[in-house]
Design a binder for this molecule. Sequence first.
Ligand SMILES: Cc1cc2nc3c(=O)[nH]c(=O)nc-3n(C[C@H](O)[C@H](O)[C@H](O)COP(=O)(O)OP(=O)(O)OC[C@H]3O[C@@H](n4cnc5c(N)ncnc54)[C@H](O)[C@@H]3O)c2cc1C
Length: 353
Amino acid sequence: MMRNPVDVIILGQGIAGTTLAWRLLSAGCSVMVLDRGDRMTASKIAAGLMTPITGKRFAISWDWEDFYSEASQFYREVESKTGTHFFDELSMLRLFQTAEERQTFEGKLSRLTGLVSSTHPDFKTFQHAAAEGGFEMIGGRLHVEEYLKASRKMFQSMDSYIECSIDVQAEIEIQPNKIVIPKLNLTGKQFVSCQGFQSTMLPYFDSVKFNPAKGEILDIKTRNSNIDRVVHRGIWMSPRGKQLRIGATYDWSDLSTNVTENGRHWLTCRLNKLLPSEYEIVQHQAAIRPTMKDFHPVLGAHPKLNNVRIFNGLGSKGALMAPRLAQMLTNQLLHQTPLPLNLSVERWFQEES
Ligand SMILES: Cc1cc2nc3c(=O)[nH]c(=O)nc-3n(C[C@H](O)[C@H](O)[C@H](O)COP(=O)(O)OP(=O)(O)OC[C@H]3O[C@@H](n4cnc5c(N)ncnc54)[C@H](O)[C@@H]3O)c2cc1C
């Protein structure tokens, strides 16, 4: 049976593909989302944190205000469309590890207005880890698995989702005015690859330079039931129901999703300094972040195949960046609105020529 042709075929239902599907549906397009349902993906294990001030130098996350305001509005809208809850605005605690860190922060404080909600927060359970002090900042958290699950359910109910694995090179026919996937009896006007780390194997975009980074996380249980905040101190700790998610490592050499003793050791060393009570590790997982060589996301049409697009490179900020970028890509796809060169896939082809 031939399926009805769709406007856009989206390959991958991680944060990128899901968010793009919502943006295109809102713009009136029909979509078909394809995903093979891998158990371990970057989106499935991400903590979904949206953190305005990051790293030891207390850098403001790139274009924070624009990304965050679009993200919070977008997730609220999808919550209301799906009748589920998966997004929270919350304050996060950042504890200094050294006196030097505290001095760096004090030197930058005047530039962090609006992001720091308290310079003298109540450290509560974390008093012992706050010898050098800390601060509280605004932020958000997407419960990524719930977001993906609720979205998938909605796409399924609209006949806009198929669970399947696609070999892009062998199973997709790219014709001048249509894309055909014969094994699914599916035709679309446009194709967008949202395959995360798997896009490194995409034939059409082999000049795009990925620099994927493996990340490991732990889910733990502790008897201390007072931990209700996201805390950063060398690692992050994020409450999830009765458990805490702890992360994350960065490794650019091993791109398997196997968990490692080194990863566990790195996380527990830092966790032991942060958590006063005993804990039990209930889960240890790893996945690969789709990071680019120049650390910028990558979106847009192939320069020669204008019905083939990519949406990728969300790195460690998928939850924050996907809604705004998906809107930009939607505008490009529907109205040919140009993309800034630092985000556009064209930058990789320019370097090639
Ligand atoms: C440990 C860790 C912690 C993180 N924490 C955060 C955080 O706190 N906040 C934050 O914003 N971000 C975080 N991230 C980053 C975030 O997870 C990524 O930016 C985001 O998940 C990337 O989403 P994606 O959709 O591009 O890729 P993916 O999540 O990899 O999704 C790609 C999808 O495509 C499917 N697919 C690929 N190829 C095929 C094919 N050929 N056929 C069918 N299906 C296919 C895969 O099965 C998958 O479902 C974290 C990442 C890691 C690893």
